[in-house]
Design a protein around this ligand. Structure first.
Ligand code: NAD
Ligand code: TYD
Length: 357
């Protein structure tokens, strides 16, 4: 039978994927309460949610997922019956220069959410309950030229970011095996789309091209990533939340592998025409730079379990998704300018008082 949550706690809902998920979920589930718990790090931006901030189904709590009393209070007061856990430090490069916060947020934060969820669920306060851990294909490590990650691929994380996500995934597994907590775990490939912080490859390329800045390509540019539109990720999460059997793990991907340099060339070329530049002009901005340490060579997802068990498939073609994404960034230059200058933090202060960290 389908699980129909009435009150969902979304963590990290002011970030890239979390905010896209909230938009999509609220539109599809009128009457279901959505509480967004986010401490607003540099990556959290409430402007991503202005379109629904006055929706009666939506509310925001500024707080940290490592704050156990706060998490317990939210779970009890709002009779939460589903936790969709996005909150994380998410950028591999930052995890190389400062890994501690990745362990604190991604491992300890997940443990706090699991423990408080366990107590809340065991108290019998709600009838059904699900804890959905949003994770990444990066927990599986790196592939060679062939093969795909399946849900049975052993975890072999290589960066502090992916190690912290793998640690969290194992805690989720442990809470299911040990306490019977009804957990779910999804592992998705690289996302792209609106509200993506311009430190990640695709929005960084768009932003730098518009501003005539160099496009840093790490190493030889031949690393491969498997790209999925963020709105497809959002629908997959909803399907898993409502229909997957507790304890299960699902890979999410779009069968859409690209070498980094091919993505860079494509984005350059699509922006040549949109910016009225000569054909090939933007490619002159490409600059090969020193490789990322421990740079995973190739990610590729086998998402057949999700298709076969739950019938989910992506709706976007990459051609459509990348064109729409580029147009979104061109139409939302103010959002990009505020994010890159940090001015978006003032918005929080005006709306809610206090300060973003
Ligand atoms: P993001 O960095 O854009 O957003 C993270 C959000 O979490 C921000 O709003 C931030 O303020 C919030 N946050 C961070 N620490 C917090 C804390 N201690 N307490 C409360 N809130 C906190 O990240 P994203 O790209 O949207 O990724 C969301 C999730 O999806 C992450 O768990 C990530 O590992 C996973 N994921 C991301 C991708 C991708 O391509 N971006 C792919 C697969 C999986
Ligand atoms: P990124 O968007 O950081 O995602 P992830 O490391 O989680 O896959 O990077 C995507 C790919 O692009 C990755 O192989 C690293 C590469 N990359 C660059 O070549 N230049 C850049 O400036 C960035 C941010 C990434």
């Amino acid at each position: 039978m389908k699980f129909a949550p009435a009150s969902v706690l979304v963590t990290g809902g002011a970030g890239f994927i979390g905010s896209n998920f909230i938009h999509s979920f609220i539109a599809a589930n009128p009457g279901c309460q959505v509480t967004n718990l986010d401490c607003l790090t540099y990556a959290g931006n409430l402007k991503n949610l202005t379109a629904i901030e006055n929706n009666p189904d939506y509310s925001f709590v500024k707080g940290d997922i490592t704050d156990a009393p706060l998490v317990a209070q939210i779970l009890a007061d709002r009779r939460i019956d589903a936790v969709v856990h996005f909150a994380a430090e998410s950028h591999v490069d930052r995890s190389i220069t400062g890994p501690e916060i990745f362990v604190r947020t991604n491992v300890l934060g997940t443990q706090v959410l699991l423990e408080e969820s366990r107590k809340h669920w065991q108290s019998g306060a709600v009838e059904g309950f699900r804890f959905l851990q949003i994770s990444t294909d990066e927990v599986y490590g790196s592939l060679g030229d062939t093969g795909f990650f399946t849900e049975e691929t052993p975890l072999a994380a290589n960066s502090p970011y992916s190690a912290s996500k793998a640690g969290a995934d194992l805690l989720v597994r442990a809470y299911h095996e040990t306490f019977g907590l009804p957990t779910l775990n999804t592992r998705c490939s690289n996302n792209y789309g609106p509200y993506h912080f311009p430190e990640k490859l695709i929005p960084l390329l768009i932003h730098n091209i518009i501003n005539n800045k160099a496009l840093p390509v790490y190493g030889d540019g031949l690393n491969v990533r498997d790209w999925l539109h963020v709105r497809d990720h959002a629908t997959a999460i909803e399907v898993v939340l409502k229909t997957a059997v507790p304890g299960s793990v699902y890979n999410i991907g779009g069968n859409n592998e690209w070498k980094n340099i091919d993505i860079v060339n494509l984005v350059c070329d699509l922006l040549d025409s949109r910016l009225g530049r000569e054909s090939g002009e933007n490619r002159r901005l490409i600059s090969f730079v020193k490789d990322r340490p421990g740079h995973d060579r190739r990610y590729a997802i086998d998402a057949s379990r999700l298709k076969n068990d739950l019938g989910w498939e992506p709706a976007y073609t990459f051609e459509q998704g990348i064109a729409e994404t580029i147009d979104w960034y061109l139409d939302n230059q103010e959002w990009v300018a505020e994010v890159t200058s940090g001015a978006y933090r003032e918005y929080y202060q005006k709306q809610y008082g206090g300060g973003a960290r």
